[in-house]
Design a protein around this ligand. Structure first.
Ligand code: NDP
Length: 510
């Protein structure tokens, strides 16, 4: 690998230091310590101490205080955007829309709705009317968050905000590729005058993630690759720590014969190339019905050809740098293998000459389901397209994957769109649109199959950050329950008659 491609490899300057680099230029922009296990453990202990007091703060007051974080974030949005552009290679508009605004909106949303979402929930009992139950939501304690580099602000900080609202302390281990953004988030958190020890950031490599799970956290929210997710699940299982796993995706886009092709093409181009394709929800494979295939390809290529790529810090571009040198290698390998197996390059197809980490926006046609480019996560600016006979074949291929995070259907027929969407095994299926539900805090974000376990965002995601506890109580005081001692034959005979009446044949329903 040449010097150009070694940028953003989180290179080691001293044994205990990680250097962060600008992926568009290769320049070093800062360094952070590679923190050892004892420091990770100490951070958890500090967060636990602070969490005891925080959990005692009434929920409404917690929300009020956390809203201040949204204010500080928007007041200092320029700083975050500038750093996201420099450390992750994104364009300013992506940094604003997919990092800053997502978190500001999520913060406002949950601060407003958490009191209702986390209010005790009555469960009326259908038989034992003299008693009743309710659920109540109790903070879990310290949440360990392990985050990837592709949305270095919005993924972990959205999870941090939700965890804090739920009454927890948090220790975040950001990716070694983008640690400065996590530290910037903590700076804003402190500026919002929230309890300093309640939210900690520990920097380091994978070993710091291992130490976090081993260090006594009460819950783990992991976002990253399937391979690491398996290790995290095993480590959590060993310690019986519940976890949420948000893992890889291979989102199919099914384009029906009746689709609005102009809209579909633009959506697919944005869905495939936004953040240089480094999105777990990226359009990773297109199944186009044969009757519209050629027309769709022409439109996709025309839109993709118009994209400007480059260092977003110095010029107005549509596609920024890729973030990690190894990811560029992966993309190159997958594209080269696809071409060797018969895929046609309709656009791009090559790594750009340096400086910086750039892979040309690439459109591949004549792809087949057995190619790696249609089966493995690409995580780069590549749109492989396959022609299919009809929607049935498209759905079959869409479901032929070990992943199931996002999927997309394009059709003008809303009813058919919903019917097709419901047949695709994915946590979320969008009709005539792509990607953006991550920015809707009220909707769940989750994968099926190997794409994950549990969910983030939504009322469900917020409740998952709490222990759901059950209380059962007496509405009407009675001296004793009929099933208590002593056991009598007469009681048994009566109980059997009553049980038959209640659960046996229902004569009135004949
Ligand atoms: P990785 O799995 O490589 O890393 C994720 C995090 O885990 C990093 O902070 C990493 O640290 C840390 N880590 C590495 N090894 C261990 C370990 N043994 N125990 C605990 N933590 C560990 O993923 P990437 O950062 O490369 O992210 C890209 C992947 O994330 C893609 O597959 C993408 O699809 C997925 N993703 C999923 C999303 C979803 O919502 N489902 C959203 C965004 C991304 P370090 O970086 O320092 O090695």
């Amino acid at each position: 690998m040449g010097a150009v491609h070694s940028v953003h490899s989180a290179s080691l300057s001293r044994a205990s230091t990680i250097v962060s680099e600008n992926p568009a230029t290769g320049e070093a922009i800062g360094e952070v310590p590679d923190q050892p296990a004892e420091e990770v453990r100490a951070a958890i202990a500090r967060a636990r101490e602070a969490q005891r007091a925080w959990a005692a703060v009434p929920l409404a007051e917690r929300c009020q205080r956390i809203e201040r974080f949204a204010e500080v974030l928007m007041a200092r949005a320029d700083e975050v955007i500038e750093l996201v552009v420099r450390e992750a290679g994104k364009t300013p508009i992506e940094a604003l829309a997919t990092e800053v605004v997502v978190v500001a909106d999520l913060t406002r949303y949950f601060c407003k709705h958490a009191p209702a979402v986390l209010a005790p929930e009555p469960i009326p009992l259908h038989l034992l009317k003299h008693r009743a139950s309710y659920l109540h939501y109790v903070p879990r304690g310290v949440i360990g968050i392990i985050a990837p580099w592709n949305f270095p602000f919005s993924i972990p900080i959205g999870e941090v905000v939700m965890s804090l609202i739920a009454g927890n302390g948090v220790v975040l281990k950001p990716s070694e590729i983008t640690p400065l953004i996590a530290l910037k988030a903590r700076e804003l958190y402190l500026a919002a005058e929230l309890p300093p020890d309640l939210f900690q950031v520990v920097t380091g490599r994978g070993a710091a993630g291992v130490a976090l799970i081993d260090g006594g956290i009460d819950y783990c929210v992991f976002t990253g690759s399937v391979a690491t997710g398996r290790k995290v699940a095993a480590a959590c299982g060993e310690r019986l720590i519940p976890c949420t796993l948000e893992l890889g995706g291979k989102a199919p886009a099914v384009v029906c014969a009746d689709a609005d092709l102009d809209r579909a093409a633009q959506a697919i181009v944005w869905g495939g190339f936004a953040n240089s394709g480094q999105v777990c929800a990226s359009v990773e494979r297109v199944y186009a019905v044969a009757s519209i295939h050629d027309q769709l390809v022409d439109k996709i290529v025309a839109h993709a050809r118009a994209l400007r790529q480059g260092d977003a810090a110095v010029s107005e571009v549509d596609v920024g740098a890729m973030t990690w040198d190894r990811q560029v290698d992966n993309v190159e390998r997958l594209v080269d293998a696809a071409v060797a197996h018969g895929a046609q390059v309709a656009l791009g197809g090559k790594r750009s000459p340096g400086p910086g980490l750039f892979f040309q926006p690439t459109v591949l046609t004549s792809c087949r389901q057995d190619m790696d480019v249609m089966r493995k996560e690409i995580f780069g600016p590549v749109i492989p397209i396959m022609s299919v006979a009809d929607e049935e074949e498209a759905i079959r291929h869409a479901n032929d994957s070990h992943l199931g995070l996002l999927a997309y259907v394009f059709t003008r027929d809303r009813a058919r769109g919903k019917a097709l969407a419901e047949r695709i095994a994915a946590g979320t299926v969008m009709i005539n649109d792509v990607l953006h539900t991550y920015g809707c805090p009220e909707t769940p974000w989750s994968g099926v199959k190997s794409s994950g376990i549990g969910r983030t965002h939504s009322a469900h995601g917020l409740r998952d950050l709490c222990e759901t506890r059950h209380v059962n109580y007496d509405r009407i005081a009675i001296p004793r329950e009929v099933w208590w001692y002593p056991y009598r034959n007469t009681t048994f005979q009566t109980a059997l008659r009553v049980a038959r009446l209640l659960f046996g044949k229902r004569f009135w329903k004949r």
